[in-house]
Design a protein around this ligand. Structure first.
Ligand SMILES: Cc1ncc(COP(=O)(O)O)c(C=O)c1O
Length: 374
């Protein structure tokens, strides 16, 4: 029985010819291919203030740093964040020297709750961090209302949400910062890579410098010109021309990939209606379903997962609620929180571009069988 993977690397064969060209061109660092991919990806998102980075984690770190640096100075800055995410969402907050204050999630979506942000935020909060769980956009209008009331920028961890729409606009056009991932198993990959789409050109400009020590690498390429301005101690979180050459090829497939994820999720949701639950799609959201989250009874989850695996269907909880990680430095939200209940029920099954109609049928039948016998 052939295994159906939960994640799969999308790597078109035609990458080989462009790779050969760039690898032997004599220039593999961040250069012309990176400029081109940055421009073309920004055009695809619809946001010209888009900056490529070494990863989504890098994009998040640069965004949090810029949010902290541009806010009113405070001795003890904090970022209000979601616990229901990958640890990569939250480690950059601690690295930037801020504390994390957990807001709870909406129990029916798994995304951060605007009401809980409003209760959690204080005068030392310098950013709100959210994730679009599994590619399902958070309730951005409600979150922005709270953010504006408190004068705090919003960072969207959009690692799962490439190609998702909110109010008919692609994710990457709504908040101060939206961070994307081109890591191995995301909708598209550049091996490692990421990007941040900024609302303000000045944030994009400073992040362009912070990603390379605090200096504008593009200026350095004009060898007669020295550096004119130092943006402050930055990082080595830039991209390179090898990743960007791959990215340019991947872009050709991106619309098709996102469409397949959406269609596959729709098929599975209709097949499994009444068998399992699904997170609610927020008003105005059109998810890009990196994976499909199903909601099952907590005490049956292990049996359902094992049965799916036995039937050759890869599945996973993918990420564990972050508030229970003591190393992030804050009390967990407790067993009666919405995040505890969502985390206990969630399980992820495949819905990606690689699935055939037969695969979808196999996944649906296997899920029904697993739930029946659990
Ligand atoms: C929600 C989320 N944010 C951030 C990341 C990190 O992305 P990257 O590996 O590009 O740093 C991941 C990776 O899986 C993720 O799932």
């Amino acid at each position: 029985m052939e295994r159906i993977p939960l994640y799969r690397v999308h790597m078109p064969k035609d990458v080989m010819s462009v790779l050969e060209e760039v690898l032997f061109s004599g220039y593999i660092a961040q250069g012309p291919k990176s400029d081109e991919f940055e421009k073309r990806f920004g055009e695809w998102v619809g946001n010209p203030n888009t900056v490529l980075t070494s990863s989504c984690t890098g994009a998040l770190a640069l965004s949090v740093r810029q949010a902290l640096d541009s806010g009113e100075p405070t001795e003890k800055p904090n970022v209000v964040s979601t616990p229901m995410t990958c640890i990569a969402t939250n480690t950059p907050i601690r690295e930037a020297g801020a504390a994390i204050k957990w807001a709870d999630v909406e129990e029916d979506t798994g995304n951060i709750s605007a009401a809980s942000i409003d209760e959690t935020i204080d005068e030392d909060t310098r950013a709100i961090m959210l994730v679009h769980w599994s590619g399902m956009p958070a309730d951005l209008d409600a979150i922005h209302r709270v953010a504006q009331k408190h004068g705090v920028p919003v960072v969207e961890d959009s690692a799962h949400a490439l190609g998702a729409l909110y109010k008919s606009k692609k994710i990457g056009n709504h908040s101060e910062y939206a961070c994307f991932s081109f890591q191995a198993i995301k909708h598209i990959t550049t091996i490692e890579g990421g990007a941040v789409a900024c609302k303000k050109p000045e944030d994009a400009e400073r992040i362009t410098k912070l990603r390379w020590f605090g200096l504008n690498r593009k200026e350095q390429r004009d060898s007669i010109k020295g550096f004119e301005e130092y943006a402050g101690a930055g990082y080595k979180m830039n991209t390179n021309d090898v990743s960007s050459a791959i990215g340019l090829e991947q872009l050709k497939y991106l619309d098709g990939i996102v469409t397949r994820h959406k269609e596959n999720a729709k098929t599975l949701k209709s097949e499994l209606d009444g068998t399992v639950g699904f997170p609610r799609v927020a008003d105005g959201a059109d998810p890009s379903y990196w994976i499909l989250t199903i909601l099952v009874e907590p005490d049956k989850k292990r049996a359902i997962s094992d049965s799916l695996s036995a039937q050759g269907i890869d599945n996973s909880v993918s990420h564990t609620r972050n508030d229970i990680y003591k190393g992030l430095g804050n009390e967990a939200l407790g067993d009666d929180s919405a995040v505890a209940r969502f985390d206990a029920r969630k399980l992820n099954i495949p819905c990606g571009w690689w699935l055939t109609q037969d695969d979808l049928q196999r996944i649906a039948n296997a899920t029904k069988e697993a739930v029946k016998n659990a």
